[in-house]
Write a protein that binds this ligand. Structure first.
Ligand code: AMP
Length: 394
């Protein structure tokens, strides 16, 4: 009977999933992909098959589907009916935090789960949801092997100087370090470069993961040496609803002078800032690019400015730059943003090929460009499926 792997990515109000088949020799292919969204408010379920045809679309009340456990039941029921004749042999999870120690994916058992629970304070907004999905699988299918794949793991190759803050050393020992995130995306890109762009695969590369969350990673010879994100996923670039790098004194000011509570500041920094907060219109880059509103322009200008600043910083970490790679929703789809970033990066030797950029790459710099530029689509789900397959020897 044909085997399949389920990949789960649990957020605060959604449970995203992909199902991969395991052919003996070829690369794994998705058989189904979808999500339960609106958990806690208006739960709805959408899934497509590998060809993009809708296989389920439905809505529930919160009484019918209250949380991730029921959402998972619905996903398993769909698998049973849609993937008839195939057997589920493992589940891989995106887990945001692996702390200072986990540089590899981890097979879940009781001891591992306890260690991941201890990391909840480092990522209180994400880690509990990731672990709830693991527990929901344990409840539904106690015998099912499960693997946790960490967004921080790829960055653990960085030298200790790169994850140190200038705080008293005891805080570093208590876990206040730069961890970096989007690691599964960067790992996928690093693994893909040898086939897509072999001439840069062992060089000095900055990857710009520009999605609704956005960060950049300096990669040398396929290993992470620096990242724009730090202790939390708030640092670095300006994002859809997060401000990115800012003076920590602003937080003190908001607390002490403006009288905001910690909860209000959390809400401001995670949900009301970035492209949304500046433009006053929204966090969808497509909408902002189509808008004539001055503050939409301003938001785009700052988005690009911060990318170019971070690019300079990461080029310094690498001691030079051989290539810039764009990925994720904005990086893969917006020729305009890539053009604006590349124009600001001319000083680093990037000469954009406008026609190649409009066509979406993969190479978008001119042949004579000293530093090359690329578009490489990311695939975090496939990275998780690969790890799960390898760790479980499937
Ligand atoms: P992700 O988080 O990687 O799924 O990326 C989501 C972001 O990609 C959203 O902010 C979208 O606005 C953006 N996006 C998707 N397609 C385009 C496009 N054609 N042009 C600009 N932004 C896009």
């Amino acid at each position: 009977m044909e085997k399949v792997i389920l990949v789960l990515n649990a957020g605060s109000s959604s449970l995203k999933f992909s199902v991969f088949e395991l052919p003996a020799s070829a690369e794994m292919r998705p058989l189904a992909i979808g999500q339960v969204e609106g958990l806690g408010t208006a739960p709805r379920f959408k899934a497509k098959d590998g060809e993009g045809n809708t296989i389920v679309e439905r809505r529930w009340t919160t009484a019918e589907v209250a949380g991730p456990a029921q959402a998972l039941q619905e996903i398993i029921a769909l698998l049973r009916s849609h993937l008839e004749g195939r057997v589920l042999v493992g589940v891989g999870h995106r887990v945001v935090h692996g702390g200072p120690d986990y540089s590899e994916p981890l097979r879940i058992d009781a001891a591992a789960l306890e260690k991941l629970d201890a990391l909840v304070p480092l990522a209180p907004l994400h880690q509990p949801h990731n672990l709830a999905a693991i527990r929901a699988v344990q409840q539904a299918r106690p015998e099912m092997p499960q693997v946790a794949c960490f967004d921080t793991a790829f960055h653990r190759t960085q030298e200790s100087i790169a994850d140190l803050y200038g705080l008293p050393y005891e805080y570093y020992e208590r876990g206040i370090r730069r961890y970096g995130f989007h690691g599964l995306s960067y790992e996928y890109i690093a693994a893909t470069l040898p086939s897509v762009a072999p001439e840069i695969a062992d060089g000095r590369v900055v990857v710009a993961h520009l999605g609704s969350g956005a960060s950049m990673c300096a990669i040398h010879d396929g290993r992470s040496v620096g990242s724009s994100m730090g202790f939390t996923a708030l640092d670095g670039l300006m994002m859809g609803t997060r401000p990115g790098n800012m003076d920590p004194g602003i937080v003190l000011y908001l607390l002490q002078q403006e009288g905001l509570s910690a909860k209000q500041i959390e809400d401001l920094l995670y949900k009301r800032s970035g492209l949304l907060g500046l433009s006053g219109i929204g966090n969808d880059m497509r909408v902002l690019l189509a808008s004539e509103a001055p503050r939409a322009r301003l938001a785009i200008e700052l988005f690009v400015y911060r990318i170019s600043r971070e690019l300079g910083a990461l080029a310094a970490v690498l001691g030079g730059l051989d290539a810039l790679v764009f990925t994720a929703g904005i990086g893969e789809n917006s020729a305009r943003i890539r053009q604006l970033v590349c124009e600001k990066a001319r000083w680093l030797g990037i000469e954009l090929d406008a026609a190649a950029n409009d066509q979406g790459g993969p190479r978008i710099s001119r042949p004579e460009s000293r530093t090359s530029a690329w578009v490489v689509p990311t695939n975090e789900e496939l990275m998780i499926a690969r790890h799960t397959r390898q760790l479980l020897s499937l």
